[in-house]
Design a protein around this ligand. Structure first.
Ligand code: NAD
Length: 479
């Protein structure tokens, strides 16, 4: 792949040279080769982008149907570059290409069109008969939104925010993750080609410093963040002090409850998609698998057989199930958790090592731990790698108690032939989302977490509300 070197950032509809001279190298996790370079921006560059976003605030006054037309054109541009964009994400962070084709460009264009539709149909202003007279209730854009996203699903996580913000009439400054900054340039190019007015979308590359500058900036009216719980907590604390609205999509440690009547082999593909998708680097993965004690041995064997059959390798190969981990640091972290599981007395039934045939790249064999207790570190902390922990339960009440015994509450799954029972269990899990016999995120429905998994919701009409303030205009005595 030809090296992509960017020495400008996208501000006010133009490619401008950043103040900073620092750069970030983007390294392929599969080959360990440098595949690109972007500026590592600081507060000055963030400031310029925020000023451009503020100067473009007329976007909120544009007729919503016109905003929607711009968004539709943006979606068309994303569709046009879909193949290249999906391949680039796989190259920069190691997502298997078959997943990338389902989880990047198509999510972006679908959500742009969806929120364009909501912009057209929303009742932006209504007159209500109030207690003291008529009141006009208006929906107004929150203002300038700072969007900070991680590397694991760089495009879909960005577009779980950007289209709703655009539909609401907000202008944006986006800070992609350093690991996946190359694909953000393709988004900027698509926005420019679609004729998104200058300043409505600005993209500033960088790391912690740029992210902090965005949170701190007085002219940023809201922060939309997806990332780790630790960073989310510091951003929430700072936004609290600044009284700045913030939505947070954070970590998870979800439980997949395997009922006695479940046949995992009947839905092996769904099982893998719910537990190990994106090489386990997925916030909603059900990485704690709860198995009935009466069928524990055979459930562990079934899971082990499924996981051991997965192909680990080149993310650009369509036959690959699992790619490398995103960085060497991430692989070290995952190996640390594997060591912690071993020393706590959990038993590895498959994996636990680097694949012997991978000469380069940050690969790790998908790993299953049996005999896991829910108090062990591997059952409590988010590993963010291809590591499953199988925990025994006595009865369904016990399974639900174990599932809920977690700091997190983002997702979860249940595996059973009895749909009614599945719904009953789903209602009792303290979580923002849940899947029955699989987990496929519904782009039309609200997504988000409870407890340490986050604040607020994205997607669906609720996702649009997060970028709107309501204003009440009282007309006393007018009734
Ligand atoms: P991270 O929190 O380290 O970084 C996320 C983003 O925040 C990056 O762009 C980073 O540069 C920036 N950042 C880091 N420190 C910052 C600070 N102090 N102020 C402002 N910005 C800062 O997370 P990561 O390692 O890139 O991503 C993995 C994490 O994201 C996992 O914990 C995962 O569960 C979580 N995640 C959550 C969801 C969800 O929807 N709930 C989805 C995907 C990933």
């Amino acid at each position: 792949m030809e090296k992509r070197v960017h020495d400008t950032i996208f501000v006010g509809g133009r490619w401008v040279t950043p103040v900073t001279g620092r750069v970030i190298s983007i390294v392929s996790p599969a080959t360990e080769e440098v595949i690109g370079q972007v500026p590592d921006c600081g507060a000055d560059d963030v400031g310029r982008a925020v000023a451009a976003a503020r100067a473009a605030s007329d976007w909120s006054q544009v007729d919503p149907s016109e905003r929607a037309s711009v968004m539709d054109r943006f979606a068309d541009e994303i569709d046009r570059i879909a193949g290249d964009l999906d391949t680039l994400v796989s190259s920069e962070m190691g997502m298997p290409i078959t997943l990338s084709r389902m989880a990047n460009s198509v999510v972006a264009s679908t959500l742009l069109r969806y929120y364009a539709g909501l912009a057209r149909s929303l009742q932006w202003e209504e007159t209500r008969a109030g207690a003291m007279g008529a009141t006009v209730v208006r929906q107004e854009a929150v203002g300038v939104v700072g969007i900070i996203v991680p590397w694991n699903f760089p495009i879909s996580l960005l577009f779980m925010k950007l289209p709703a913000a655009l539909a609401a009439g907000c202008t944006t400054v986006i800070k992609p993750s350093p690991e996946t900054a190359l694909s953000a340039y393709m988004i900027a190019e698509a926005a420019a080609a679609a004729g998104v007015p200058e300043g409505v979308i600005n993209i500033v590359t960088g790391g912690v410093e740029a992210g902090q500058a965005l949170v701190e900036h007085v002219a940023v009216d809201k922060i939309a963040f997806t990332g780790s719980t630790a960073v989310g907590r510091t951003i929430a604390a700072r936004c609290g002090e600044l009284l700045k609205p913030v939505t947070l999509e954070l970590g998870g440690k979800s439980a997949g409850i395997v009922c006695e009547d479940a046949d995992l082999f009947a839905s092996a593909e769904q099982f893998v998609a719910s537990t190990l998708v994106n090489t386990g680097q997925t916030c909603y993965a059900s990485t704690r698998v709860l198995a009935p004690r009466s069928r524990y041995t055979e459930t562990v064997e079934a899971i082990t057989a499924i996981v051991a059959s997965l192909r680990v390798g080149d993310p650009l190969d369509a036959d690959t199930h699992l790619g490398p981990l995103v960085t060497e640091r991430q692989r070290d972290r995952v190996e640390g958790y594997i060591a912690a599981g071993r020393s706590a007395g959990a038993r590895i039934t498959t994996g636990g090592v680097r694949p012997p045939d991978a000469a380069r790249g940050w690969f790790i064999a998908p790993t299953v731990f049996a005999d896991v207790d829910n108090t062990m570190t591997i059952a409590r902390e988010e590993i963010f790698g291809p590591v499953l922990s199988v925990i025994a339960y006595d009865d369904i009440d016990n399974a639900i108690a174990i599932a809920n015994d977690s700091e997190f509450g983002l997702a979860g799954t249940v595996w059973t032939a009895d749909e009614q029972r599945a719904l009953d269990i789903a209602r009792r899990i303290k979580t923002g989302t849940f899947g029955i016999n699989g987990y496929l995120l519904d782009l039309w429905a609200p997504f988000g977490g409870v407890k340490s998994s986050g604040l607020g919701r994205e997607l669906g009409p609720e996702g649009l509300s997060a970028y709107l303030h309501s204003k009440s205009i009282y007309q006393p005595g007018s009734l």
